[in-house]
Design a protein. Sequence first.
Length: 318
Amino acid sequence: MQSVIEGGIFNYYPEPEQPDPFSPYGRFSELAARPDDAIDLGEAALIIASQEYPSLNEGYYLNRLDAMAADVGLLLAGETDPARIIGVINSYLYGTLGFKGNETDYANPRNSFLNDVIELRTGIPITLSLLYLEITKRLGLPLEGIGLPGHFIIRYRETASQTLGRFMGRETSDENNSNEEGNQILLDPFNGGAILSPEDCAEMMRQLYGRPLPMLSLYLRAINPRQFLSRMLNNLKAAYIAEKDFVRALKIEDFILILNPQEWSEVRDRGVLRYQNGQSWRAIYDLQTYLRQQPDASDAEVIRQQIRTISKEIASRN
């Protein structure tokens, strides 16, 4: 560790951090370094969960997904009509297995761990969407994630390339992301796989935000695996912060920055969380990094004051 004092403010220059390659962070770093079309969402979600559950048997849950997909494959029996395919999947997941959206305990962090979703058969929109996508990709069905503001849904697109795939997927091309191209069915996995129209989505957004949102077509674009994981991790971080569990929130922030190392607002957030966890030197480093990269940020003066406060606290202890 190196530090100097300039103008009464500590400047901290930490040694580079290299995670153990066999730790959740090391394994997630390897996964995040892959091209988008090689990122397996199920694998990534279980790596994230293994930080909370160190003895997690990830292979067991991947096998559970395989078994669900096999059951659905038998029920489909060669069916090719998209509406009937969706009906069979919905009947199996929400009827036979009893999966449902967790409306009574929505903010519980366990809703964001794929293993808990499989065991408890309940979750939030993005993790129930993940479950749906993981099952359908094993069957070679063209479904993709749609990150509406405040609510995650999925889309069955007859002409889509597989966006997410453990076995055979490849990323959907930009031209296939056009809403007008090919037949498509929008689904809400949080609400029993209900079929939505674009107008339903617009009304959902209006109810969530109290006003119509412009550019709905932009929100209906498919997201890539990196965006999917970032959104899932941000949900989990927010759940921990709401519980004032800053230790776990910081662990999730580290995953977010593995995915997006130059997302400077996340570097700022890590600095704040490090300070909450008593890591004053590292907090200063992150906050100073944020200011170097975003000197004209709207919160720049607030962050400068935060650095001064932390520096004074360090000086008072020495």
